[in-house]
Design a binder for this molecule. Structure first.
Ligand code: IMP
Ligand code: MG
Length: 176
């Protein structure tokens, strides 16, 4: 059995400071508009809560769940919609909230799908970005932190559905 350890990588205070900066930017950019947030389950729930609490523009929140990863740390298979939106996004200012941008496959497919509904505008907001892993180009409007190619957990991010509840972003290490 491999032993897993988690080392703190981005502490909670630093996450929330950066999220407050993103919220400030979004408040300015969307003045006078209603923002339709699309939280991508499950990883983005913590980020969505912390971000939307700090927004003072009118906000609506909807959820989608897609799958592209199995239980491992490497990508597999194609993006599949497990849970679709409740309300149509046609003519609305929508913002996809994603925990982490890796190869870009999930987001590039999702953007294609959502654009078919002809929203008034579409923005992408990610907490973390691993630019060195990109295979599919994605235009990101708001990003919290650029990180190296390390497998991270916590603040919503999981490894085999565990560690989502950690209040910080940690690096997952395996020891023999
Ligand atoms: P992409 O489609 O390759 O960009 O993968 C994005 C999805 O992969 C994210 O929404 C996460 O669910 C998952 N993912 C990518 N990197 C990590 C990581 O370091 N830790 C946990 N999940 C990850
Ligand atoms: Mg995810």
């Amino acid at each position: 059995m491999r032993k897993e350890t988690v080392e703190v990588f981005i502490e909670e205070k630093k996450l929330n400071r950066r999220i407050a900066e993103l919220a400030h930017q979004i408040n300015n950019d969307y003045k006078g508009k209603t923002l339709h947030i699309i939280c991508i389950l499950k990883g983005s729930i913590f980020f969505t809560c912390e971000l939307t609490k700090r927004l003072d523009i009118p906000v609506k929140i909807d959820f989608m769940q897609v799958s592209s990863y199995g239980d491992g740390t490497e990508s597999s298979g194609q993006v599949k919609i497990i849970k679709d939106l409740e309300s149509p996004v046609t003519g609305k200012h929508i913002m996809i909230i994603e925990d982490i941008l890796d190869s870009g496959r999930t987001l590039s497919n999702l953007i294609k799908y959502l654009k078919e509904a002809e929203p008034a505008s579409l923005a992408v907001c990610t907490l973390l970005d691993k630019p060195s892993r990109r295979e599919y180009p994605v235009e990101v409007s708001y990003n919290g932190f650029e990180i190296e190619d390390r497998f991270v957990v916590g603040f919503g991010l999981d490894y085999a559905q565990r560690y989502r509840n950690l209040p910080y972003i940690g690096i997952l290490n395996f020891e023999e």
